[in-house]
Design a protein around this ligand. Structure first.
Ligand SMILES: [Zn+2]
Length: 280
């Protein structure tokens, strides 16, 4: 099913159509994604869905000296380079497209823009707390890198942990966030599965506590979704997970993604999650 959906996404991308699959859609809107975000409203501010507790408050020392790679999903010029991103690369248990365009809100705020902004904010927070941080791309104005290269960057940096930042493109009624963790592939990624699971739980709990967002209504169990079809996870030799921060096609979440305050809350939450992971 996933393979079929993936193939459909590739075909749709090649045709320049919008594909409504996880991270596989394309920003087909002409709306300027840099337009100023609407001011936060009381009803939809981060944490407005309750009073989230921080079960374990992180200490700054937990991040000092830790090597963390942040992988902002997709890239701003992927859509303009279909030949580059559609070429097939090895993903450990098969082959898959180098990269995809990602999805967007219906108003044209692109996933790659969101992922880049959150990742930049997260890098700042982690560096302030003493971590050594590397990003898998230098800006949001290029193409790729391919998913195998994104994994290689974490491996070569000998990262203590890696997070790949995404937002999903699911049916409009679906909402909530989830973690994608590596599912064991024999002889490929078994050494990182358990640590990645612990990393995923720490980031999940911190994200929920810090943003007040609900677990995904459409993927995973309690927001944890093990997968073996992602090159970025299969090829990692260091603990790594993806986070899908919500559904860009859901109107409520679309309004949230464009708010800088929300993106800052995401960054701080993820930094707190890393601190908890390293303390355990
Ligand atoms: Zn994505």
């Amino acid at each position: 099913l996933r393979r079929h959906r993936h193939r459909a996404a590739v075909v749709a991308t090649a045709l320049g159509l919008s594909a409504l699959t996880a991270c596989g859609g394309q920003n087909g809107s002409g709306t300027d994604p840099t337009e100023p975000a609407a001011p936060p409203t009381a009803g939809s501010a981060p944490g407005a869905t309750g009073s989230p507790k921080t079960p374990e408050s992180p200490r700054s020392g937990d991040l000092a000296g830790k090597r963390i790679v942040i992988d902002p999903g997709h890239n701003g010029r992927n859509a303009a380079n279909p030949g580059y991103i559609n070429r097939q690369v090895d993903i450990g248990n098969g082959r898959k497209a180098c990269d995809t365009t990602g999805t967007s809100t219906n108003d044209g705020y692109a996933e790659h823009e969101f992922a880049w902004d959150v990742s930049s904010r997260l890098a700042d927070v982690l560096r302030e707390r003493g971590a050594k941080v590397r990003l898998t791309r230098p800006d949001n104005n290029g193409r790729g890198p391919c998913i195998d290269q994104r994994a290689a960057i974490g491996n070569e940096f000998e990262a203590d942990a890696v997070v790949s930042v995404h937002a999903d493109g699911a049916e409009p009624s679906a909402k909530g966030f989830h973690i994608i963790e590596p599912k064991a592939v024999a002889g490929v990624n078994e050494p990182i599965v358990e640590k990645s699971h612990r990393l995923g739980l720490a980031l999940r709990d911190a994200f929920k506590a810090g943003t007040g967002r609900p677990y995904s209504t459409y993927r995973g169990t309690r927001a944890m979704d093990p997968r073996d079809d992602l090159g970025g996870l299969n090829l990692s030799k260091v603990p790594k997970v993806f986070i899908e921060c919500g559904n860009m096609k859901n109107p409520e979440e679309a309004r949230m993604f464009v708010k800088p305050d929300f993106r800052q809350a995401v960054a701080i939450s993820l930094a707190n999650g890393f601190a908890v992971y390293f303390r355990r």
